[in-house]
Ligand binder design. Sequence first.
Ligand SMILES: Cc1cc2nc3c(=O)[nH]c(=O)nc-3n(C[C@H](O)[C@H](O)[C@H](O)COP(=O)(O)OP(=O)(O)OC[C@H]3O[C@@H](n4cnc5c(N)ncnc54)[C@H](O)[C@@H]3O)c2cc1C
Ligand SMILES: Cc1cc2nc3c(=O)[nH]c(=O)nc-3n(C[C@H](O)[C@H](O)[C@H](O)COP(=O)(O)O)c2cc1C
Ligand code: FES
Length: 611
Amino acid sequence: MERIRDAIPNTKTGGRMKKKKKFFETAVLSSRETERGSGIYRLMLYAEKQKPAIGQFYEIAPDSSSPMPRPFSVADYADNTLTFYIKAIGKNTNKFCELESGDTVKLIGPLGKPFKLRPSWKKVILVGGGTGIATLMPIAKERGKKGEETLALLGGRDESQILCQWHFKRQNCVLRYICQTEQCERNLVTHLLEDALKNDGGKSIVIACGPRPMLKRVAEICKNHTNECYVSLEAIMACGIGSCKGCDIPTTKKDENGNQVYTSVCSEGPFFNALDIDWAKLIPPLITIESRKKATTTKIDPLQTDLWGYSRNLLLKYPIMTAAGCYTLESVNDGPVNEYGIGAHILKSLCVDMRQGNPEPRVCETPSGMLNSIGLKGMGLKEFLSISPMILDMIEKTGRKIVLNISGNSIKEFVTLAVALEKAGFEYIQLNPSCPNNKKSKKIFALHPRLLYELVYEVRAKAQRVYLITKLSPKSQDIVICASNAYDGGTDAFSIANTYPGMSIDPNTLRPRIGGNTGGLSGPALRPINVLKVHEVFQAGLGIPIIGVGGITDADSTMEYILAGANAVEIGTASFKNPDVFKETSQGLKDYVKKHQVTNIQDLIGKVVLY
Ligand SMILES: Cc1cc2nc3c(=O)[nH]c(=O)nc-3n(C[C@H](O)[C@H](O)[C@H](O)COP(=O)(O)OP(=O)(O)OC[C@H]3O[C@@H](n4cnc5c(N)ncnc54)[C@H](O)[C@@H]3O)c2cc1C
Ligand SMILES: Cc1cc2nc3c(=O)[nH]c(=O)nc-3n(C[C@H](O)[C@H](O)[C@H](O)COP(=O)(O)O)c2cc1C
Ligand code: FES
């Protein structure tokens, strides 16, 4: 296939074969912090026969948990050495900054359109902010070589952020820089630009790179002074070659049908004429949490969460529960899990009959997640009822909230379980009609709206005193219809959602990696799917509590669900690697509400601000 594609002449290049861009491995020559505490590192990589042009960048292959490579501008290429300046701001840049001489990295590039400096540009002003300064270095070098006049205006949070001043001086630039720490009102690099253009008469060409708000202001100033302006934009990229359209930005251009034209930063940029960018759309207005809070709230404990219901409420000290199936009560009592931060424990699915579960192996790792095919292994109802006095006694003594998760092959089995557990004295039940691993059941009830309605209705009718949560499936064709049916059936709350069916195959053994052949995908890979499902159900406005579940690892991912519309969350997979996840997440949520001065976390439910 690859060979056939290679043999097709490229019409864009007039039939000439374009050399394919591929990742290649390079050795790290050195990595050093530009100034102690700056957090910016100069990374030098050995790379032969490269021809990066001005404005081009490379993508560095990421850490194994990230699926997308990370782009960086070439600051310099000389003596088979590529130089980048990298600021440690996230999971990959932190790792890249820790590289040492002798380590290797994978690179792809040069990518992007070369930015051509025209001979007619006599006066040029470079405006750089933060690591954007690195992108401008080759321009200063090129003009320096020709002895052309360049004014370099550089800005940063403090002086340590203003990179490579020596470089601009060495290239005959007139250098002016400013730090935000300066005690004056006009301490931004855009203030320097305003001053520089006052008497310029629109003659200078302005070339800028830095944070987007800075570039927007540069574009405005240049428009007001009639100066030609080019900006180098940053965008989150995936393919880096213009095929996925993940880095598209809005332009001021329209197509023949009058629709706005979007363009890819990676293949058409990163340099653009500032007049071609739709700045208003590119940089939406800043939103503060303050402006999204409810005006009145009387609750005192910021994390206390009240899941309201038909005959009783589920009051949680923390809006975090253990996800069903991941922990038994014993593992919380005597095992590694830290109890602090857990609002309620949801136990493993209980079935009418004892189950042996699915064949082994039952779990396997996948990119950013795991597959499980446990198959509802566990004791049957009879055995559970025999130990229930002990559990109820423990609930009474400790005040713990225990939610029993139940699953069955038929509506009758669900009803039998719910009725027996209510009678035994349990107050909270989660229905699991969405398990992808129940090989004994002919149907996944949660995927059939009508069946789901009947199931919830029958359980509700026979067990009226319990708090009833229905766990939906992310695979539902229309989760809003399923949720509406469960609502009509009488559920008190939704848990959104269970694992997503998946498969993983070992190419060496030719066999699936789990004994059940297929399994349920959990962990971070599931998160965006389930956040959307929560958002969709919240938007439908059914008005009952939603518990978000899938890939939550910390306070930030919990907030994703809350902002999408969840009242509380469940955490499963993340606790295998980090049994302190409940404690850390609740602490993180406390810090979050304090930082944003929110009285109660529930004030933020569904407060995502859509574009
Ligand atoms: C053409 C181009 C050239 C770049 N040149 C440089 C450079 O020379 N030096 C440098 O330090 N950085 C540069 N960047 C930005 C750099 O790619 C990001 O800082 C990096 O991808 C962050 O990865 P991370 O895993 O550490 O951050 P993550 O953990 O993924 O994210 C941390 C934060 O950074 C934001 N972010 C992530 N990726 C990008 C991105 N591509 N652009 C803007 N914000 C992002 C996220 O929204 C998040 O807020 C450039 C970006 C582009 C598009
Ligand atoms: C090993 C394992 C066993 C599970 N068992 C059950 C179960 O018995 N009942 C159930 O409703 N969900 C079960 N789940 C699904 C979780 O409750 C949860 O919905 C899913 O894992 C997504 O959350 P996470 O990404 O935080 O793990 C199980 C998940 C895992 C990983
Ligand atoms: S990253 Fe794929 S089109 Fe730009």
